[in-house]
Design a binder for this molecule. Sequence first.
Ligand SMILES: Cc1ncc(COP(=O)(O)O)c(C=O)c1O
Length: 399
Amino acid sequence: MLQLAQRMSRAKPSAIMVIADRARQLKAAGRDVVNFSIGVPNFLPGEHVYQAAREALKTDTGGYGSNRGRDDLLDAFLKHLHEGGFQGYKRNNCAVAIGAKHMLYNLAEALLDPGDEIVFATPYWTSYVDIAEILGAKITLLPCPPEQNYKLTPVQLDKALASKPKVFLFNNPSNPTGMVYTKDEIAALAAVLVKHPDTWIITDDIYNRMVFDGVGYHNFVQAKPELRERTVIVDSISKTYGMPGWRVGFMVGPAKIAQAVVTLNSNHITSLPEVVTAAAVAAMTGPQDVTVAKCADFAARRDEVLGALLAIPGVKCPRPQGAFYAFPDISIAFGKSHNGKKIENDTDCCAALLDAKGVACVPGSAFGEPRSLRISYTCPRAQLTSGLARMQEFFAELK
Ligand SMILES: Cc1ncc(COP(=O)(O)O)c(C=O)c1O
């Protein structure tokens, strides 16, 4: 029989999409569903972005573009970096991709041979595992349970890097937990990284503009500039500008890695479309008021979500300070029943919550933490309030 490549036996569809599909099915069947499952920002960019796209159509050449990304797009990214205190990067340190996901795939392809070790914390964004598995890398997970606020400690990192893994992958602010590392926490981890020069560092910082409580966004390169030589920072317009469907991601790092990504782009995608490039440039260089307002809105929503969750007896939730997720520990439900349905684990809990109350959340096991579930809180505000009330009802009805 004709066979697919072996790597496809390791490739899985995203667990988040499975829940989202079930929620869509219930909705299509007429159920009132509140969808807390998909990590979309749920807002649109300013009118100037659409105007730039329309203008670009008028001058469209219909041709291919640069494998690295058009100069004005790279410059817009560099401007954002410079404003954030990252000095000295040039165009040859940068490359674009079809979203941060594609960039992460590119980077994994550029840095990992089959059997090479990649290290990252749990809870993790699901695609980290999926991408590494497709490429046949050896994954080492560093468990960061709710008791340590889902954050990696310097001691854990130090131990993990002793085996000289090829890549350490880090995510700040975090999807799924919403955790943000403070300046001091980043400095402490950076001090460990300096001691282990044989490991590449990838920081997935795509939520860097969605940080609350004045914690600020910090990166290892700011704490220890010598780490620049082996650190790649990943960014994206998806969450910052409400443009996930436009598919623009970035990297900045060593020129050698940027060049590798350019080479992969030249074989995978050639270039980003011209209209998309123009819209991304407008988003990044135009007024930033939508992004600023959304960040304030997400902070207020975080307060509502956290208040509602902490009011449920036995539910614990480390305080999210960025992105738009909360990741409560709901293990209090395990061993109980809802409407006669036994809840043994996070998947049972999410299935019962969806069936009984029409609230779709993603089981924590999809992110490597089976005691929790993920709430993405970007849906319309009235739905958010209703969904949280339904969750409270659900937990109150457990027997
Ligand atoms: C942590 C993290 N990294 C990367 C991505 C991918 O973003 P993009 O839409 O730019 O591909 C996501 C999307 O949810 C994410 O949460």
